[in-house]
Design a protein around this ligand. Structure first.
Ligand SMILES: [Zn+2]
Length: 238
């Protein structure tokens, strides 16, 4: 299988929360999309790996992705190690995505910023001919970084107004995380995920407001944007 767009993140549900709307929109545009979860999220306070696997498969269906896989990196120990980079490079050679979405390279959770480095370096290694790895050398053309949680100025914002409700369903497919049983809710550990649905709404509305639409998802790319038609540029100035 060859993909047009592959989103890579540390834990199941990270992709839904940061770029699920963009994956949905890309699928509707006819692109083949996929998700690679680096870990199975086995360190999460709620749910078991089996429950989370079912939830992530359900969420993938809602997001209409053609492929979803797990790299098998231990949760809470995502590192850009040689072993993990080679495993990732092998998958990149199999899926040959033109565009890859990664988490932003600074974050509170170490798994998130390590996922960014591991993702970038795995994509880089995939293109090295001399690498002792099966598959044809391949490197994605474009790498984008999700900045939803980070608050820095993005390079561009994708209008996900039409996709927002479906993205929300994909996020809430993680019932063990977002709709825990009452007995689990009494847990005294503070879990920010209880507030996440409301926060996601706020963040998507804020990103949308920056381009004059209801909901948006922000991205950053290290390169400058090339524009060929200045007359057709969207987003009103005055
Ligand atoms: Zn995460």
């Amino acid at each position: 299988m060859t993909l047009d767009l592959l989103a890579i993140a540390a834990h199941p549900d990270d992709v839904e929360l940061t770029c699920g709307g963009t994956l949905l929109k890309s699928a509707a545009q006819g692109y083949k999309t996929g998700i690679l979860d680096l870990t199975a999220g086995e360190m999460g306070t709620r749910g078991t790996p089996e429950i989370r696997a079912k939830e992530s498969a359900h969420a993938a269906k809602i997001l209409k992705v053609g492929w979803r896989g797990t790299l098998g990196v231990p949760d809470s120990d995502v590192q850009p190690s040689r072993q993990h980079k080679l495993a990732l490079a092998k998958i990149i050679r199999q899926l040959r995505p033109r565009t890859v979405i990664l988490p932003y390279w600074e974050a509170r959770h170490p798994d998130h910023y390590h996922a960014s480095t591991l993702g970038y370096e795995g994509c880089f290694l995939a293109g090295l001919k001399q690498l002792p790895l099966e598959g044809e050398p391949f490197r994605p053309f474009k790498i984008l970084y999700c900045t939803s949680f980070e608050g820095m100025p993005p390079t561009f914002i994708v209008d996900i107004t039409k996709q927002y409700e479906t993205r929300r369903r994909a996020i809430l497919a993680y019932r063990s995380q977002f709709r825990p049983a009452k007995s689990e809710r009494k847990h005294r550990v503070f879990l920010a995920i209880d507030e996440l649905d409301a926060r996601m709404d706020l963040l998507a509305r804020h990103a949308g407001s920056l381009i004059g639409v209801k909901y948006g998802e922000p991205f950053l790319q290290k390169e400058l944007l090339q524009i060929d038609d200045v007359v057709a540029l969207p987003v009103r100035s005055i």
